[in-house]
Each structure stands twice: as C-alpha cells, then as structure tokens.
Design a protein around this ligand. Structure first.
Ligand code: GTP
Ligand code: MG
Ligand code: ZN
Length: 309
C-alpha cells in the first residue's frame, strides 16, 4: 500500500510505507468507487504492484484505489473539457482543510473564506484558516476583518513567510495530520510549504499589473512535515465550487444561523425574503455579521433552483 504524492503527465508518484517513491501508471481496469471522479488523485491510498525494470528507477502499476474519506474537487466545465470525469479530484483523504488567504496582494477575500467554511461544515471536515503576508497588514485592518471568524469559533493562524512569524503555531496544528492548502493564486501556499518542509517548490511574484497571482503551481503535490503528517500544495483557484450544496441545505452551514432558525416564522424559512425571519432581523440589528449574511445571500442567489455553484 502506498500514498499518491504527485503526478506528472499520465504517471503518478506513489510513496510507499518505507519511504521509497514509485513512478506508477494506473493499470487498465484499476478499480475505483466513483466513475464520475478522477480515478487517481494526490492523497489516495493505492495498492501498487512493482515492476522489475533492472534500473535504479522504481516503477509500478496502481491496481486499486481505496475509497476516499474526503475529497477536494474541481468541477469540470463540460463545454470546455471532453473528459468523462465530471469532478477533478485535487486532493483526497485530507484530515484538515487549510484555506490560505493573504492580507494584501491578492486582497483578503472573506467571500472565499465563507465558501470554504460552507464546504467544511457540510463535510464535517476540520478547518484552519491561514492568513499569510500579515506583515503587510500595517493598520490591523485584516485582524479586524477576521474577528468574526474567531467569534464563530474557527481557528485562524496569522503568518508571514517573509518575516517567518506564526510558523511554529501553524506547524503545531498541522503536525500528524494530512492537510491541504487551497486558495487564490499568489497568496503564498507554496512559499509557506517551502518554509515549513525545506522543499523547493516553484513560486512567483504576483503580477504588477493585476496584483494577482500568476498561477504558478499546476499540479497538487504532497510533502512530509518535520513534525509528522503531510501537507498537500494545490494550484491556485479562481473560485471554490460547492458541489453538493443546494438552496435547501445552505442555511445549515452558517453556524450562527442555527440557534436563530427556530424563531423564524416559517420552518422552511430561507432567510431571504420571508416575513418574521429571525436571521434577517439579527443581521439588521447587527447581532450577526452583515458580511457573513451577505455571503449567504450571494451564495443563495448563485444557487439557482437545483443548481450547484
Ligand atoms: N510580502 C509577502 N510576500 C509573500 C509572503 N509569502 C509569500 N509571498 C510572496 O507571494 C508570491 C506568491 O507566492 P507563491 O508561494 O508562489 O503563491 P501560491 O499561493 O503558491 O500561488 P499559486 O501556485 O499560483 O497558487 C511570491 O512572490 C512570494 O514571495 C509573505 O509572507 N509576505
Ligand atoms: Mg503555488
Ligand atoms: Zn429566517
């Protein structure tokens, strides 16, 4: 048994229990649980049959992919991609989801954080929010914007790769787990992993023109941490898609709504337009965060009846 730690073209790198890395191909007829999703993904536990090549290189065939306990997926646009699989699995079997945002360039996106939180709540996946480039937050505005997440009980780490601050605290949370870093391009995911593991992953400065990242990382890769556990670097995303969220279940994944919901006039209240809505009233009275409520409304609107975002 081994774990997929990277891919290159049609080949996958599989790290065996003894640390040896095999270059593998998936064997025709390899079994997998979900025909709509990628056959093999970084983080997968796989059974490998080694091939004797008579060379130094270790090669093998992936014979079986164990069922995934969790998956970060990217929807494929069927108009632009002729691949049969509808869901590209970016990382699997993760135990901790780590959305990485930056304090500045690219600017902090609380909308994106809210999407990750909805996903984590819906999957009951532990989540840690990492705010990088915190040395650029001169006036403390970023911490102010993040206060709501502390109040809601989410764990937040503030780090700076450039000033090497907050890294020990982050390492402590990651120790012993399989974590996946995800977020916009240019927030410093690969830079952080380089600093924590001693790897030499490619990084690039954000674009001078757009102030955004330039999509440097193109494939997910998994790396072992000095304190035990693994961290998966993933390519920067434009938007985080929520595959299994509907207009009906979205409301359950905003945790501050839960205690208010029984007070709404209708048991099926969507907290958008209904009279006697306790959630909307709480937002108006600033009992719950206005930005979070707005995130809810934006997601609700983006989810057309039965559609996914
Ligand atoms: N000011 C500042 N810049 C940082 C910090 N961490 C990383 N950077 C810079 O941010 C830029 C982008 O870093 P990357 O590590 O390539 O970002 P990424 O999130 O991996 O981007 P993609 O691979 O495109 O998704 C690089 O120029 C880094 O040097 C930090 O703590 N402070
Ligand atoms: Mg990167
Ligand atoms: Zn309501």
């Amino acid at each position: 048994m081994g774990r997929v730690s990277g891919s290159s073209g049609a080949a996958y790198m599989v790290t065996a229990d003894d640390g040896r890395v095999f270059r593998c191909r998936s064997f025709p007829g390899t079994e997998s649980g979900n025909p709509d999703a990628s056959l093999v993904a970084v983080g997968d536990l796989v059974q490998v049959q080694g091939i004797q090549t008579g060379t130094e290189a270790l090669e093998g065939n992936i014979m079986r992919v164990e069922p995934r306990t969790s998956a970060l997926v990217r929807k494929r646009d069927p108009r632009r991609n002729r691949s049969r699989e509808k869901q590209q699995v970016i990382a699997s079997n993760i135990e901790l989801l780590v959305p990485v945002v930056s304090a500045y360039e690219p600017p902090l996106s609380t909308r994106l954080i809210d999407r990750y939180l909805v996903f984590a709540e819906s999957e009951q996946l532990p989540i840690l929010i990492v705010v990088n480039k915190i040395e650029l937050d001169k006036g403390g505005r970023t911490r102010e914007q993040m206060a709501v997440y502390h109040e809601l009980g989410y764990q937040v780490c503030y780090v700076s790769v450039h000033e090497k601050t907050g890294i020990d605290e982050l390492a402590e949370v990651l120790a012993g787990k399989i974590s996946a870093f995800s977020g916009h391009s240019g927030v410093g995911k690969s830079s952080l992993i380089n600093l924590m593991t001693g790897c030499d992953l490619k990084t690039s400065a954000t674009s001078f023109k757009t102030r955004k990242g330039v999509h440097t990382t193109s494939n997910a890769t998994m790396h072992s941490l000095p304190g035990g556990g693994f961290v998966i670097d993933t390519p920067g995303i434009r938007e985080f898609s929520l595959a299994d969220i509907t207009r009906e279940n979205l409301r359950f994944y905003f945790r501050e709504f839960l205690s208010l919901m029984p007070e709404c006039g209708f048991s099926s209240c969507t907290h958008t337009v209904e009279p006697h809505c306790a959630v909307r009233r709480a937002a108006e009275q600033e009992m719950i965060d206005a930005g979070r409520y707005e995130s809810y409304l934006l997601l609700f609107d983006a989810l057309d009846e039965g559609d996914r975002v």
